[in-house]
Design a protein around this ligand. Structure first.
Ligand code: AMP
Ligand code: MG
Length: 323
């Protein structure tokens, strides 16, 4: 048995990153007189800097695979926006921050081969973030290239008090707490398997997946009457882990050559598996996190386990029809 990791510094970092994201949304999206900047860029770099800084302090020898890096921050982000990131970080972290600190945090742990590797998506669901829909801040942990643990901050998760939700998985158990802090409770996938009870999820963005073929798959699986909700980001994994939905299919568009990236799925996979659900490729084989930054998979099916086999069979039938 390995010692459980203390996730408190990561929880704190995800909360701080969520504050930064909201501040950027308010300044650049909600208030029109300050428009014209690139909020995604600012929030992505700021969020990753906060999370990598926390990992560097709490787990200094661990490797990190993350979407952004320090070189891009200097090359791609205008001086004025970099200054804005530095100012926001100084305020939210309540300590003086320099541009050199930001570059160092963004690069920390990257290109380092370690048995335990943190996988960061500083803002997953960028289009949802921009449109004020759902997005998440995701931190997965690979041990020997398997997604075994993770933390996902979901600022837009539907809860009674609108506080958002913070999920984590560790030691094969999944948990949920209010994003702003409070009672931590264990979560599990639902037992639902009947079409009338099944809540299906898919991406909002038409360009990300093949909505038509996924509808056909549900029909063939006998789940044509399932409720369908479109949500951005890995919040889809969180909803299944919490028993708030039963399945999520990601079938790429027919002409897509874009690979899945590990930061879009590592934390979610760990969370759903810990909650008792299943995450596989569309032929039922496991997702392969061993190939670096891209996943070596053709599609993704996430479920509570109860509808998995039926969906895999339906996917294979629909794929053979379109060959
Ligand atoms: P979702 O909201 O579930 O579609 O997931 C958002 C993620 O989709 C982003 O983090 C991107 O990595 C990924 N993504 C962005 N553009 C595309 C695309 N054209 N095709 C497939 N995935 C994409
Ligand atoms: Mg992403």
């Amino acid at each position: 048995m390995t010692q459980p990791l203390d996730f408190q510094p990561i929880f704190q970092a995800v909360r701080q990153a969520a504050v930064l994201c909201r501040r950027v949304q308010e300044a650049h999206l909600v208030s029109s007189d300050k428009g014209g900047h690139e909020p995604v860029t600012i929030a992505d770099y700021g969020s990753q800097a906060i999370i990598s800084r926390a990992i560097a302090a709490a787990f200094p020898d661990d490797g990190i695979i993350a979407e952004e890096d320090g070189g891009q921050f200097i090359e791609l982000v205008a001086q004025e926006q970099r200054a804005e990131v530095v100012a926001l970080l100084s305020e939210i972290l309540n300590t003086p921050v320099t541009q050199a600190d930001v570059v160092r945090w963004l690069d920390h742990g990257q290109r380092r081969e370690t048995a335990r590797t943190w996988v960061i998506d500083p803002i997953d669901g960028t289009k949802g973030f921009l449109a004020l829909r759902s997005y998440v801040i995701a931190v997965g942990i690979l041990v020997d290239k398997q997604p075994v643990a993770g933390v996902i901050g979901c600022p837009a998760y539907p809860t009674k008090d609108n506080a958002g939700a913070l999920f984590h998985a560790q030691g094969g158990v999944a948990f949920m707490q209010p994003l702003t802090g409070g009672a931590v409770r264990r979560v599990r996938v639902s037992e639902h398997a009947e079409a009338s009870q099944v809540r299906a999820l898919e991406s909002v963005e038409k360009s990300h997946t093949n909505h038509e073929r996924m509808a056909r798959v549900r029909e063939v699986a006998g789940l044509g009457d399932a409720t369908l909700t479109r949500i951005d980001s890995m919040e889809k994994y969180a909803r299944i882990a919490a028993g708030d939905a039963e399945m999520y299919l990601r079938l790429p568009r027919l002409n897509s050559t874009r690979p899945f990236m590990i930061w879009d799925h590592a934390a979610g996979t760990a969370l759903v598996q810990a909650a008792g659900g299943m995450v596989t490729d569309i032929d039922g084989s496991p997702l392969d996190f061993s190939q670096g930054r891209a996943l070596a998979n053709k599609g993704i099916l996430v479920s509570n386990g109860r509808v998995h086999e039926r969906m895999i069979a339906a996917i294979q039938q629909v794929l053979s029809e379109s060959e």
